[in-house]
Design a protein around this ligand. Structure first.
Ligand code: ACO
Length: 337
């Protein structure tokens, strides 16, 4: 008889942080040709939080991480891997934002790296954390989604500046031998043929920083909004159905459907396709806008802090972003209340 005890990955704790300054739809009305009514009707967004000039992505991440570490009942020294999902790193080349976060938290001599999958970054990171833990290589992963998205937004472009906000979410993904706590499944995918749907053309090897690049505004996010919208609805509807069918779970068993918070209409279309009730769908887009990789952990933290998220509750995560990338995950929450 073998004594082998399988090890699973579980979400042990969650935390989040938003900078205090709010940019409302009426503020944006004074900056570009738009209206509160248009933004609300087309996106569901009322306001978003914006970090001050001297605040970096790592600062947002550190605040979120402190909460997650404390709620997991561990010390920073117990963490053996730090992953930060972001497309707005402190520095575009090096050092990684994860290294800076680790240093600020006093986590030393452990593996730390960033991943780039735009809005899908947190769920992509979850799949990496799961693989590290289930292979036995790591025990406590600090997984962060953090963005200072305002740093790559052109506040003269009404088609994008109304959408995005700043914030961070962090989770502790730990090893467990209790199968009822395990992350059940993660599906993550990409299609680079749509890379021009959502991109920041500079800085990078295609467009290194030059005066001309800056004058053309290539450092700002560009999006084919309507094309992205249609593809998001189609892809996500298919993806969530597949992950549920693959695991023999019906949608009425989902306690919290936590979608990427890009647009209320995308969330509603996917929720309707699964015949979800309103109380199953988590919506934070109205108050935070689209915070890219931070959006899902921030939404999980919202229901945690409001007391709605209990130990054992089943969550369905689902996201779509630049790349194009998309991902979904099925997992119970295994944190303390
Ligand atoms: N205020 C007023 N009018 C506007 C604004 C604005 N802020 N923005 C665009 N318009 C106008 C357009 O100019 C257009 O006018 P026209 O008909 O005269 O040409 C009209 O509104 C319709 O524009 P669309 O782009 O077709 O509007 P749509 O209904 O598609 O909404 C939106 C735009 C909100 C951007 C939507 O397409 C969307 O949410 N897209 C998906 C975003 C997403 O999911 N991204 C992926 C994740 S993000 C990431 O990975 C970082």
């Amino acid at each position: 008889m073998s004594n082998f005890t399988p090890v699973y990955a579980t979400m042990r704790a969650i935390g989040a942080y938003v900078p205090p300054k709010i940019l409302s739809n009426s503020d944006l009305e004074k900056m570009v040709d738009t209206s509160d009514e248009w933004i609300l009707k087309r996106t569901g967004i009322k306001e978003r939080h914006i970090a001050e000039a001297d605040v970096a992505t790592s600062d947002l991440a550190v605040e979120a991480s402190r909460d997650a570490i404390a709620r997991a009942g561990i010390e920073a020294q117990d963490i053996d891997l730090v992953i930060c999902a972001t497309v707005t790193p402190d520095y575009f080349n090096m050092p990684s934002t994860s290294c800076i976060i680790s240093n600020k938290l006093g986590i030393r001599n452990v593996q730390a790296f960033d991943i780039s999958a735009a809005c899908s970054g947190f769920v992509y990171g979850l799949s990496i954390a799961k693989a590290f833990i289930e292979s036995g290589m790591k025990k406590n992963v600090l997984l962060i989604g953090a963005e200072k998205f305002s740093s790559i937004v052109d506040y003269t472009d009404r088609s994008t500046c109304i959408l995005f906000g700043d914030g961070a979410g962090a989770a502790i993904i730990s090893a467990t031998t209790d199968a009822s706590e395990k992350i059940i499944d993660i599906h993550a995918s990409a299609d680079g043929s749509y890379s021009d749907f959502l991109m920041t053309p500079a800085p990078g090897t295609v467009n290194p920083v030059t005066q001309e690049v800056i004058e053309q505004g290539l450092q700002y996010v560009k999006m084919k909004g309507n094309e992205t919208f249609k593809l998001a609805v189609k892809t996500l509807t298919k993806d969530v159905k597949e992950i549920l069918a693959h695991n023999g779970i019906s949608s009425d068993k989902i306690d919290h459907f936590v979608p990427h918070q890009a647009n209320y209409r995308i969330i509603k279309a996917v929720g309707d396709s699964l015949k979800l009730k309103e109380e199953q769908i988590i919506l934070t887009v109205g108050k935070y806008g689209n915070t890219s990789a931070a959006s899902i952990p921030m939404a999980i933290n919202d229901i945690y802090e409001s007391g709605r998220l209990r130990y054992g509750d089943l969550m369905l995560l689902d996201t779509f972003g630049g790349g194009l990338t998309w991902a979904s995950a099925l997992l119970p929450f295994a944190g303390k209340n």
